[in-house]
Write a new protein. Structure first.
Length: 360
């Protein structure tokens, strides 16, 4: 069955198509109450569905917020997405979601798609990268964002600014103190710990991972501890699992040569990597914290069911999503429309049973 048209609604209501459009698409120029009611009744009787793009043009707002994440299956991004959705409801807006796998070229395509659909604002969550292979993609993403902001769009980026982006008005960064918090975690773990530390990190030049590695090493130095060895792997559970297998072999070899050998304390730069590493250790017959201690970062919801309870750095992930979304909300007419100050969040070190032997 063909959808009814605005012309058919206008004909049934006895008004012009322009008048019917003003009633149904939310224009500020509305006809009298009797005419408006007649148009709505005609639309209901015909089952007419208003055109969202036409409504956006009439209202100068599409009512859409674009959200770009690396992987919605990752609990970190899922929690941020919940916060974005909550804030969008407050603004009576809908969220469009794009998952990109973390590539800036894919993020650029998502921004272009949201801009073509006249999204009022865009939230981007995911670590930035300055790897050589991302150089062209970063430049394209920055140019697309600059163009979007120049045309009235508003953007919030979680973590670090997009590499190369120059837009000022309408562009916001929700900062996360990754380096500081990782340093605090290291200092607390190093208290009274004589064994070695190992960091399971993401690829080099991935900003979030590098910040957390740098902060953890700084915290060890402040505690008078030697630097940790760094193992690089994919910034996900699979990467943590692969690194965990390497460490399991090392732990078993050391125990075979010297049963009294000091244990390792492992810091994985995000919780999903820590979960992967712990699974690898268990698959090799090792137990936490008996054979090794382990800590993560983020405090994702999945940890509620993880045993032994994982030490980590708690980030208010849903609040981060809310902050990012609210940062893109236009200010009322007459107020300063310059870019608002960048938002910052706080976190806290949470020590649990997985590092009992590494803490006082």
């Amino acid at each position: 069955m063909a959808a009814s048209t605005l012309t058919e609604v206008a004909r049934l209501a006895g008004v012009s198509p322009a008048t019917a459009s003003r009633v149904l698409n939310g224009s500020a120029r509305t006809p009298g109450k009797d005419i408006a009611e007649r148009v709505r009744q005609a639309a209901d009787s015909l089952g007419y569905i208003p055109n969202a793009q036409a409504q956006g043009l009439a209202k100068s707002s599409s009512g859409l917020i674009g959200l770009i994440v690396h992987d919605i299956a990752d609990p970190y991004f899922a929690a941020i997405a919940r916060g974005v959705q909550d804030a969008a409801r407050e603004q009576r807006k809908m969220v469009l979601l794009a998952t990109t796998g973390g590539g800036p070229a894919e993020e650029k395509e998502a921004v272009a798609a949201f801009a073509a659909r006249r999204a009022d604002s865009i939230v981007i969550a995911g670590s930035r990268s300055c790897r050589a292979e991302d150089q062209e993609g970063n430049a394209q993403l920055a140019a697309e964002l600059d163009r979007y902001c120049r045309n009235g769009g508003r953007v919030a980026v979680v973590g670090h600014p997009v590499v190369g982006a120059t837009a000022l008005e309408g562009y916001h960064v929700v900062e996360i103190p990754n380096q500081e918090l990782a340093g605090r975690l290291a200092t607390e773990l190093a208290a009274g710990w004589d064994g070695d530390f190992v960091i399971i990190a993401g690829p080099e030049s991935l900003y979030t991972s590098d910040d957390r590695v740098r902060g953890f090493q700084d915290g060890l130095a402040r505690a008078g501890h030697r630097p940790a060895e760094v193992l690089r792997s994919a910034f996900n559970r699979s990467g943590g699992y692969e690194a965990g297998l390497q460490l399991a072999a090392r732990i078993k070899a050391a125990a075979a040569g010297n049963p009294a050998a000091p244990k390792l304390c492992i810091f994985a730069v995000n919780d999903v990597m820590a979960i992967g590493a712990a699974a690898a250790l268990r698959s090799e017959g090792l137990r936490i914290p008996r054979d090794a201690s382990i800590a993560g970062f983020d405090d994702i919801e999945t940890l509620r069911d993880f045993r032994p309870a994982l030490s980590t750095v708690r980030l208010p992930l849903e609040d981060i999503g809310r902050l990012a979304t609210r940062a893109t909300r236009p200010r009322p007419a007459g107020q300063d429309q310059e870019a608002a100050p960048d938002e910052a969040v706080t976190g806290e070190v949470t020590l649990r049973r997985s590092t009992e032997a590494a803490a006082v």
